[in-house]
Ligand binder design. Structure first.
Ligand code: AMP
Ligand code: GLY
Length: 416
């Protein structure tokens, strides 16, 4: 199949690698990164512009377009190609509002009867303070729109909560939310607008430092499967069935009834307490770094699932199959991440790693030298018979990577 993948991060590199493992495809990526360039042909497109995606897809006879990141989805990049009959995986502008506006997501959840925490939308600091009084500490303050992972603050400190709210109020509304107690897990569903196919759950690590210290980030590591989920629910399948019935299917149905069917990946960010499931957030695309540990375990060809979703034929497909293996990824981030812009530094030693897949998140090549080109730079991924072995494979070799100023967590997939 001739496939175009839009995006430039580790998620897109993982998607491209997964497609490449299937064999027989011609892969294009835009804008890509230095790692993706090893596995696909890079093309320069204005990826926010649906017309340009359509033009390229028509000229190059592309059978499937996969849009990875939220920004082009929320900008409506899939609308034009879809209207012109191109098979494209990713929600339309309106459907991507599930991620683009936290208020919209709460509205849909309320309409669909999906379990989630209480939330108040506030447009002034008085409203924020009132809502904080209502919910009590810890305080959860969120920017309503996209904020590149920086919009959410969870804190016991009321002054800090108010300062965060003031900062984001200058740019729009904020949400004050009830704090949800429990363990976090990510579960993804591929949707063709009507039918759903679930993937295997993954655990993400959002905080920068070990033991969940430090600021929220885009994600510093992940593992899949999630043993404590199978324990809590008796089996992974039982958990997935409950999330599908309580969360994913009702949301897909409401989006359909509203005339804005959701075609793409519904990312359910969940808090689990005992066997109670509540939604913290939806995203409208594959999670990063969760995708990097889910796809290596996926036995069903990814291209078949995404093509079926893009062409409305998911209902004819059997469930996705996963191997019994375990996968772990550790994110290597630049020195100043996530608060400061990171200067490029040269990267080395990657060739010394054995049994580790190196996924590029933000890299560029100049005169044959690989450089960092952003905050989250590389993901090391290992797949093994157990999480313990997979994490050992990574951590026993991580010092081989030459990356001045690198930050990484040393407790990814440490379950005891
Ligand atoms: P979000 O961008 O909405 O996923 O929020 C980022 C992170 O903040 C989440 O992954 C949680 O760890 C935390 N968080 C967000 N909302 C809540 C909540 N209502 N209760 C507890 N923790 C939350
Ligand atoms: N790993 C969190 C996200 O993709 O939003």
């Amino acid at each position: 199949m001739r496939i175009l993948v839009i995006g430039s991060g580790a998620r897109e590199h993982a998607i491209v690698k997964s497609l490449k493992r299937e064999g027989g495809h011609t892969l294009y990526a835009s804008p890509g990164n230095a790692g993706i360039a090893e596995d696909a042909e890079i093309v320069q497109l204005d990826v926010q512009n649906g017309r340009e995606i359509t033009r390229f897809a028509q000229e190059q006879d592309i059978a499937l377009v996969i849009v990875g990141p939220e920004a082009p989805l929320i900008a409506g990049a899939v609308n034009d190609p879809r209207e012109r009959g191109i098979a494209v995986f990713g929600p339309s502008r309106d459907a991507a509002q599930l991620e683009g506006s936290k208020t919209f997501a709460k509205e849909i959840m309320s309409e669909a009867g999906v379990p989630t925490g209480g939330a108040v939308r506030a447009s002034s600091i008085q409203e924020v303070i009132e809502a904080m009084g209502e919910f009590g500490a810890p305080y959860v303050i969120k920017a309503d729109g996209l904020a590149a992972g920086k919009g959410v603050l969870v804190t016991e400190d009321s002054q800090e909560a108010q300062a965060h709210a003031m900062h984001w109020l200058e740019r729009g509304a904020v949400l004050v939310e009830e704090f949800l107690e429990g363990r976090e897990v990510s579960l993804f569903f591929i949707s063709d607008g009507d039918d759903l196919i679930s993937l295997s759950p993954a655990q993400d690590y959002k905080r920068l430092q070990d033991a969940d210290a430090g600021p929220n980030t885009g994600g510093m590591g992940a593992y899949s499967p999630v043993p404590w989920i199978a324990e809590a629910f008796g089996s992974e399948a039982e958990f997935i069935a409950q999330v599908k019935a309580q969360v994913a299917q009702p949301v897909i149905n409401v989006m359909n009834e509203r005339g804005t069917p959701f075609v793409g990946l519904l990312y359910c960010g969940l808090i689990v307490n005992g066997t109670t499931i509540k939604v913290i957030e939806f995203n409208a695309r594959f999670g990063d770094p969760e995708t990097q540990v889910i796809l290596p375990r996926l036995k069903t060809p990814l291209s078949e699932l995404l093509f079926a979703a893009a062409t409305g034929t998911l209902g004819t497909k059997p469930p996705a199959e996963f191997s019994d293996s375990s996968a772990v990824t550790v994110v290597l981030a630049s020195g100043g991440y996530p608060t400061e812009n990171s200067e490029p530094v040269p990267l080395g030693g990657l060739g010394n790693l054995q049994g580790v897949d190196v996924i590029h998140a933000a890299t560029a090549k100049q005169d044959g030298t690989l450089y960092s080109a952003g905050g989250r730079v590389l993901n090391l991924v290992a797949t093994a018979d157990s999480l313990e072995v997979a994490r050992e494979v990574i951590y026993s070799q991580i010092d081989e990577v030459d990356f001045p100023g690198v930050q990484y967590r040393s407790d990814i997939a440490e379950l005891s």
